[in-house]
Design a protein around this ligand. Sequence first.
Ligand code: GDP
Ligand code: MG
Length: 208
Amino acid sequence: MVKDILNANEQMAAENKLLFEKRDIIAINIMASPGAGKTSLILRTIEGLGEPIAVIEGDIASTFDAEKVGEKHVPVVQINTGGACHLDAAMIKTSLEKLSIDKAKYLFIENVGNLVCPAQFALGEKVRVLVASVSEGDDKPFKYPGMFSTVQAVVLNKMDILPYIDFNVARFMEGVRAVNREAPVFQVSCRTNEGMGEWIDWLKKIGS
Ligand SMILES: Nc1nc2c(ncn2[C@@H]2O[C@H](COP(=O)(O)OP(=O)(O)O)[C@@H](O)[C@H]2O)c(=O)[nH]1
Ligand SMILES: [Mg+2]
């Protein structure tokens, strides 16, 4: 039963992926625990990337994040999952009926805050990005290997508060590398904009 659901999702994700590829859109699935800084990263990226962007916001409830993104004058649609702990490919397909992606080069999809389920549901994205933050603790890659192993990049956010927190960056890196040898890890602060240049450069590279 669970396998059937996952298979149906894979099929629809493949359709979404094809649609994005045909339209030359780089779709990016942004995953993280609640409060790590997914929305903040999207807002900073809209400011720094200088490319046409569209955004899909996923939350269990509320439209706060879509409103914040809308203030940046980019096309945005909010999905409310009504309890589901992750987005799935069908939700993305439906949301595209309400989102103008014609001009977009990048489509950022903010997944529901959760370090477990979103990793199991492809959406049709080209890349998966995990936002971690120093306030969550340096042991998270060891505790959530499924999530950390599935992504093409990790953004370690809130570096501005590192001096006030017991977070060992080397231990965090060790945990990431234990399950993911390839993904670059960008140390950033969405508050101060520190480290954002390398993240933006990486996005440009995957879009070229
Ligand atoms: N100090 C600090 N706070 C941040 C940073 N990035 C996000 N925040 C704060 O963390 C909270 C959650 O951020 P948000 O982007 O909504 O996280 P999301 O739930 O993952 O989308 C908000 O109060 C942000 O202002 C950062 O780099 N440094
Ligand atoms: Mg958010």
